[in-house]
Design a protein around this ligand. Structure first.
Ligand code: S3P
Length: 426
C-alpha cells in the first residue's frame, strides 16, 4: 500500500490507542502456562500479537476470541503444550520468536520457529548462547531463524550477565528458567523494559551496579484477568505529530506508563514539549495514565548511554522531532537499532535526507540539524512499522506531499494509524 500525507494545519482530537504490544505478547504467553482460564481485555488486532496467538494455538493452547477484543486463554500449566505439527510462524515479531524459544527450549518435543524475511535476518545467537549453556539443543541458520529446537527434558539453571541490554534476551532466559533445575539468574547492568519480571512477579534484587532477576521451576505463574493498557510506543508517534504539526491538543487516554518505557517523555520535555501526564490508579501491575500534548517549539538534545534501551523503539520518531527542533539533536550508543525490523539508523538517515534534512550518520546513531525546511518526497517504510509511521509524521510537518511506500507495515503494531492521522487532520 502507498500512503500519501500532506502538510497539516489542523491536528487535534482524542485517540484510543491499540494495546501495548510488549505486554500483549507476554499476557498471552504467560496465560498459556498458567493454570486455568485467563481473560485478556483489549487484546490488539495488530499483526505481531496475533502471531503470538497463532503460535500458541499451534502448541495446542485453547484460545477464544470474544467480542470487543477480548481473548480467553485456557492455560495448561507448565506441561500443557502439545508438539506442533508444523513450524511456528512468528511473522515479523522478534518478541514472539525470542520469548517462545525460551519457553520451548525445555519441552519434551521438537519444534521449529520461522519468521518473515525481516525476522529471519535478525540476530538469534544472543538467545541461542545462553539457552545452550542451560543444556538446550538449539540450531540456528547461520546465526538466524529458522530456529530448530530438539526435545530436552531438563534444562539446568544458569547465572547470566546480559552482554546486550535487551528485554527479549532477558525474558528468553528467565522463561527457560521456568523449566530448569535450580534457580536461574539474569543480571542486567543497563535496565531494559521490565514487563516480564513485573507480570510474572519474579524476585528482583538491585545493587548500584546491576539488577538481578530470578526464575525457577516452582515459581507460580499468575493467570486471571488482564486489562491491557494502550501502547506508549504507539502514543509516541501522535505525541510528536501534535508537537510539530497542526493546532493540537491531542489527548491520549489509558496509555501504559511503565517507567522502563517512558524515557521519551523526559527526552521530549527536555526538548521543550508541553505534555501533561495524569497517572491513574492502575488495577494491574502495569502503571497507566493519560497524556495531553500541545504544539510546542522544540530544541535539540543529546541522547546516549543508559537512556537508549528505554527509548529504543522511539528513536525513529525522535529523529523526526529533531528535524523540527532548534539546534542539533545527537543520538549515540544505539548500534542495536541496526538489528531491528530493518537497519533503522540507515532507514532514518536515508528517508530524512530525501525530505531535505541535514543529518549525519554514525555507526551508533546520527546527528540532525533541526529547522532545515523539509519538503515532501517519496520514501520507503523499509517494511518496518516504526519507519512507516515516523515518515507519516514527518510528512504532516513537511511542505507538500510525502509518499510512503509499503505503508501497511504500520499494521504490525498500529493498524488504525493512517485512519487516525487523517481523522485528526480533518
Ligand atoms: C521488546 C524489546 C525490545 C523492543 C521490541 C520489544 C520486548 O527489543 O525493541 O520492540 O517486548 O521485549 P530488544 O529486547 O531486542 O531490545
Amino acid at each position: 500500500m502507498i500512503q500519501t500525507i500532506s502538510s497539516s494545519t489542523r491536528f487535534t482530537g482524542t485517540v484510543e490507542l491499540p494495546a501495548d504490544k510488549s505486554i500483549a505478547h507476554r499476557a498471552a504467553l504467560f496465560a498459556s502456562i498458567a493454570d486455568g482460564v485467563s481473560t485478556l481485555h483489549h487484546f490488539p488486532a495488530s499483526a505481531d500479537p496475533q502471531s503470538t496467538l497463532s503460535c500458541l494455538r499451534q502448541l495446542g493452547v485453547p484460545i477464544e476470541n470474544s467480542p470487543n477484543h477480548t481473548v480467553v486463554i485456557q492455560g495448561g500449566g507448565r506441561h500443557g503444550f502439545c508438539a506442533p505439527n508444523a513450524p511456528l510462524d512468528c511473522g515479523n515479531s522478534g518478541t514472539t520468536m525470542r520469548l517462545l524459544t525460551g519457553m520451548l527450549a525445555g519441552q519434551p518435543f521438537d519444534s521449529e520457529l520461522i519468521g518473515d524475511a525481516s525476522l529471519n535476518a535478525r540476530p538469534m545467537r544472543r538467545i541461542a548462547a545462553p539457552l545452550r549453556a542451560m543444556g538446550a539443543r538449539i540450531s540456528l541458520t547461520d546465526g538466524h531463524a529458522p530456529i530448530k529446537i530438539q526435545r530436552c527434558e531438563k534444562l539446568k539453571a544458569i547465572d547470566y550477565r546480559l552482554p546486550v541490554a535487551s528485554a527479549q534476551v532477558k525474558s528468553c532466559v528467565l522463561l527457560a528458567g521456568l523449566w530448569a533445575d535450580g534457580s536461574t539468574t539474569v543480571r542486567e547492568a543497563i535496565p531494559s523494559r521490565d514487563h516480564t519480571e513485573r507480570m510474572l512477579r519474579l524476585p528482583i534484587s538491585r545493587s548500584t551496579q546491576e539488577c538481578s532477576i530470578n526464575s525457577d521451576a516452582l515459581h507460580p505463574i499468575p493467570g486471571g484477568t488482564v486489562i491491557l493498557p494502550g501502547d506508549f510506543s504507539a502514543a509516541a508517534f501522535l505525541l510528536v505529530a501534535a508537537l510539530i504539526a497542526g493546532t493540537g491538543p491531542v489527548h491520549l487516554p489509558n496509555v501504559g506508563l511503565n517507567p522502563s518505557r517512558t524515557g521519551l517523555l523526559a527526552v521530549l520535555k527536555q526538548m521543550g514539549a508541553e505534555i501533561q501526564v495524569t497517572a491513574h490508579n492502575a488495577s494491574g501491575v502495569e502503571p497507566v495514565g493519560s497524556l495531553t500534548v500541545q504544539r510546542s517549539p522544540l530544541r535539540g538534545v543529546v541522547i546516549q548511554g543508559r537512556q537508549i534501551p528505554n527509548i529504543i523503539d522511539e528513536i525513529p520518531i525522535i529523529a523526526v522531532a529533531g528535524a523540527f527542533a532548534k539546534g542539533t539533536t545527537i543520538l549515540r550508543d544505539a548500534t542495536e537499532l541496526r538489528y531491528k525490523e530493518c537497519d533503522r539508523i540507515h532507514a532514518i538517515v536515508t528517508n530524512l535526507r530525501k525530505l531535505g534534512a541535514e543529518i549525519e550518520e554514525f555507526k551508533d546513531g546520527f546527528a540532525i540539524t533541526g529547522m532545515v525546511p523539509l519538503k515532501g518526497n517519496t520514501v520507503s517504510s523499509y517494511d518496518d512499522h516504526r519507519i512507516a509511521m515516523a515518515m507519516g509524521v514527518a510528512g504532516l510537518a513537511a511542505s507538500g506531499t510525502t509518499t510512503i511506500q509499503n505503508a501497511d507495515a504500520a499494521s504490525v503494531s498500529f493498524p488504525e494509524f493512517w485512519d487516525t492521522i487523517s481523522r485528526l487532520q480533518t
